[in-house]
Design a protein around this ligand. Structure first.
Ligand code: M6R
Length: 586
């Protein structure tokens, strides 16, 4: 959940690290810190609670060409200056930044305190600095190698020391990628901060320990030197710039026509095609918006291809009894995850593998952990998603799912889907201002839909609550009368997805029932739907399109509604409170 970055080279490290942390802030933004190794020796540190953008950074004190930085999403210890990373050893000679959780930290801390170490934070991370101190006698690589032997849990670590000229990186179940420059090297939690410096990267494997110096890197795994290939990343620097938009979320919403087109047209590897065509049932494991994409996939796969699909919240899959012997058949477990790093999704996938089930990942991030665990990967083409709220990655997940469906049941609707980007582009022009005025003053908002519009309603509610902080719930429209009706008042508007097709008539009835209980209703339907326009308080017309594409256009409208409501309420849209983009803890 935290972001880490390290640099060694000819440039001044501190400014470069602060710039990189700004790109990583979406991973966590409770506090931040930088440590550098000044040329005249020792370690210089600056760390602070709050966001980088809210703080003046005293960079003048952070000289040197070698350093590490961290932006935090607190797990152990409140977000204050003391608990901000980097953390140091007793003698302030070793500085470390860490993403992950050291599960046995309490035991290690007690032991280290017994041996005279003094702790200055409540974090799990600080034990690592003291453990390295125990082993350090001039060779930092060796000290880290010895220290990590005692660690249980997950970590991506970057370490510098006054008495060693190298930057040491270690990875276990937390993402860590190295950037290869000309006479300089980088290390970071993900690609975003590297793009402006290099397109050549090395993805470390779990268990790798790397020693970086300006001229290159030496990597060791299980005590032996190993070589990891240098890859070129296809992401562009433009992808991480606002490009004239007020927020990344809006920029990413407007990228969706292109993202859908490119993801749907991405080549399907033989391994993915084989996995999909062999499956006689599918289990999807995912969290948050990715889970909603899975629900949509299930609806489409069962209704269009007759393939049974079960969708799991990954956090539940893990603790559910294992599949009954013989029940899985030729089952395929599909992990859907934008980041490829969500802890619950990774754990669910590992669980599936432990049960000898075949696995496929749908992800957006090349080299991410999920790509290393799954048997095969469908790589989405959404480019980096910076805003914490998932938008273009959700649309890309639907594109990937629809692509898989065309594999499963022939190309009968391939032509329809190939027009999706046009429908999405038209939906972007929808005026949601009247609905925004109602939602912005609401105490609570309900989102309702049926069939494939039920997951769309869930996703709309998640977007609304996540970035506006207005309580919002998604419901299958038929369920409201089984309890939630008790909550309906003039302060609880309902957004009803009422598209043409099998559910249109019953949706109209549900809308009338809600209005009879005093709730204002905002109807999302196709242009020219006079029946719907007449029964709702606000009608949001979207361009008419084929049924399978209406899920996409409805989703876009709900994204715009959440965005503009958050804007009206002056919320911190790209970095909502308490959240982080990549949830790497269970
Ligand atoms: O990276 P993932 O797709 O695995 O992330 C899953 C969820 O954490 C994510 O979709 C989250 O719900 C979003 N912030 C929703 O906008």
């Amino acid at each position: 959940m935290c972001g880490i970055i390290g640099y060694t080279g000819r440039r001044s490290a501190a400014g470069l690290i602060i710039g990189g942390l700004r790109r990583l802030e979406y991973r966590g933004y409770d506090s931040f810190g930088v440590a550098t190794k000044p040329d005249d020796g020792g370690i210089a540190v600056f760390k602070k609670s709050g966001r980088i953008s809210e703080n003046e950074c005293a960079l003048d004190d952070l000289s040197g060409h070698h350093g590490i930085g961290h932006t935090r999403w607190a797990t152990h210890g409140i977000p204050d200056d003391r608990n901000a990373h980097p953390h140091m050893d007793c003698r302030d000679e070793i500085a470390i930044v860490h993403n992950g959780i050291i599960e046995n930290f309490a035991h290690l801390k007690k032991d280290l305190e017994g041996r005279g170490h003094t702790f200055r934070s409540d974090t799990d991370t600080e034990v690592v600095a003291h453990l390295i101190e125990e082993h350090f006698s001039g060779d930092l690589f060796e000290a880290v190698r010895m220290a990590v032997k005692d660690l249980e849990g997950t970590y991506a670590l970057l370490v510098i020391a006054g008495g060693d000229g190298r930057l040491i990186a270690a990875r276990n179940s937390s993402p860590l990628v190295l950037g290869v420059g000309d006479g300089e090297m980088f290390a970071a939690s993900d690609l975003a901060p590297l793009l402006e410096h290099t397109e050549r990267v090395i993805f470390l494997e779990d268990g790798d320990i790397a020693a970086l110096s300006p001229g290159g890197v030496e990597i060791c795994h299980a005590g032996k030197a190993v070589t990891r290939g240098v890859e070129r990343v296809a992401w562009r620097l433009d992808d991480v710039h606002l490009g004239g938009f007020a927020h990344y979320m809006l920029k990413e919403i407007f990228e969706q026509p292109q993202v859908f087109f490119e993801t749907f047209r991405a080549p399907v590897s033989d391994a993915v095609a084989h996995a999909v065509s062999r499956a006689d049932n599918i289990s999807v494991v995912a969290c948050g918006s990715s889970y909603h994409a899975g629900l949509t996939f299930a609806y489409l796969a069962e209704s269009l291809c007759g393939l049974p699909v079960r969708v799991w919240q990954a956090s539940e899959y893990r603790y559910y009894p294992p599949p009954l012997p013989g029940s899985a058949g030729a089952g395929l477990v599909v992990a859907v995850t934008q980041s490829g790093e969500t802890a619950d999704t990774l754990a669910a996938l590992k669980q599936a593998k432990a049960h000898n089930l075949r696995t496929l990942a749908i992800t957006n991030v090349p080299g991410s952990s999920v790509t290393r665990i799954a048997d095969s990967t469908y790589l989405m083409r959404a480019g980096p998603e910076i805003s914490v709220a998932a938008t273009k990655s959700f649309i890309a997940q639907l594109a990937a799912c629809m692509r898989i469906l065309t594999r499963l049941c022939g190309n009968s609707f391939d032509e329809v889907i190939s027009r999706a980007h046009i429908a999405i582009g038209e939906a972007l022009l929808t005026d949601v201002s009247d609905a925004v005025a109602i939602c912005a003053s609401a105490a609570s908002v309900f989102f309702v839909g049926r069939g494939p519009f039920y997951p769309a309603a869930l996703e709309g509610a998640l977007k609304m609550k996540e970035i506006t902080y207005i309580h919002a719930e998604g419901y299958a429209a038929g369920e409201l009368k089984h309890g939630p009706f008790a909550l309906l008042t003039p302060d609880t508007p309902a957004i009803a997805l009422c598209m043409p097709g099998a559910t249109h008539g019953v949706m109209l009835s549900n809308i009338k029932e809600m209005k009879a209980r005093g709730a204002p209703v905002i109807g999302v339907g196709v242009k020219g739907d006079a029946e719907l326009a007449e029964v709702v308080d606000v009608f949001i017309p979207v361009p008419e399109t084929e049924e399978v594409l209406q899920v996409l256009t409805a989703t876009v409208v709900l994204q715009l509604l959440a965005y503009h409501t958050a804007l009206a309420l002056d919320r911190d849209i790209d970095k909502p409170r308490n959240l982080a983009k990549s949830v790497t803890v269970e």
